[in-house]
Design a protein around this ligand. Structure first.
Ligand code: DGL
Length: 255
């Protein structure tokens, strides 16, 4: 097992598709690593509607892809993979593998919100069904937890509809019955791209917890120093149409 974190030159980031680029954005901003190898399983996205066995099989296949590169660690940006496949991934790799769920729960803990706060967890069906966020949050002492799987957010984001009437009516569809939460966990890679719209939907403008920022904080606490790299190169691979993924990266990451 590789353990020297100060060397941490090359990180692998895995997602079911383009959504994990929101995590890439945070990792790039913190300049931890010289190089990111990103792999999006664009041929088989979405994972969030699949069952645990399928998600685990796909994740193990992606792990084989990363073994072609000398990566120092792997982050599974995909919440659905983090919810279901981490133990199998870790059992099959000789480098550390981090998911995004525990860091998200930790970010809530560090937010200092009182235990009476209402927490809304948003994720794919697979993530919400795993109950992993809900269990982690309950273990912190919060009891007012609502978990919702707004599946239509994913295609809306993929269409680039980051504001406007389609997004507004989708928000309305999932949120209209909810009591405004004090914090929202953005438990899906795509949701940070509509973070402001989610926050603005609720009159109290709740605190938002974003996987990308949470994993960056977590990596720092694991001993990976931010600001270590002058800049971070990004290599993008995909199981289908890598050029489409590269052009989304240009748009979302402005690089
Ligand atoms: N990357 C997925 C996640 O965060 C969202 C898209 C999908 O369903 O594959 O769970």
């Amino acid at each position: 097992m590789k353990t020297d974190r100060t060397i941490g030159r090359r990180i692998g980031i895995f997602d079911s598709g383009a959504g994990g680029l929101t995590v890439v954005r945070s990792i790039v901003e913190h300049r931890f690593f010289d190089e990111i190898v990103y792999y999006g399983d664009t041929a088989r996205v979405p994972y969030g509607t699949k069952d645990a066995a399928t998600i685990t099989r796909y994740a193990l296949e992606a792990l084989e892809f990363f073994k072609n590169f000398d990566i120092d660690l792997l982050v599974t940006a995909c919440n659905s993979v983090s919810a279901h496949a981490l133990p199998d991934l870790r059992a099959n790799a000789d480098f550390p593998i981090y998911g995004v769920i525990d860091p998200g729960v930790l970010a809530l803990k560090n937010s200092g919100l009182g235990k009476e706060a209402r927490i809304l967890v948003l994720g794919t069906r697979a993530t919400i069904a795993s109950g992993r966020y809900q269990r982690g949050i309950r273990a912190l002492g919060y009891t007012r937890i609502e978990a919702v799987a707004p599946s239509l957010f994913v295609p809306v984001v993929e269409e680039g509809l980051f504001d406007g009437p389609v997004l507004q009516s989708t928000l309305e569809h999932y949120f209209k019955e909810l009591t405004p939460p004090d914090a929202v966990i953005l438990g899906c890679t795509h949701f940070p791209l509509i973070a402001e719209a989610i926050r603005n939907y609720f009159p109290n403008r709740p605190l938002l917890i974003h996987s990308g920022e949470a994993i960056a904080e977590h990596l720092e606490s694991e001993g990976y120093p931010p600001g270590r790299a002058k800049k971070t190169d990004l290599k993008i691979f995909a199981s289908e149409n890598p050029n489409a993924l590269k052009s989304i990266a240009k748009r979302w990451l402005k690089r």
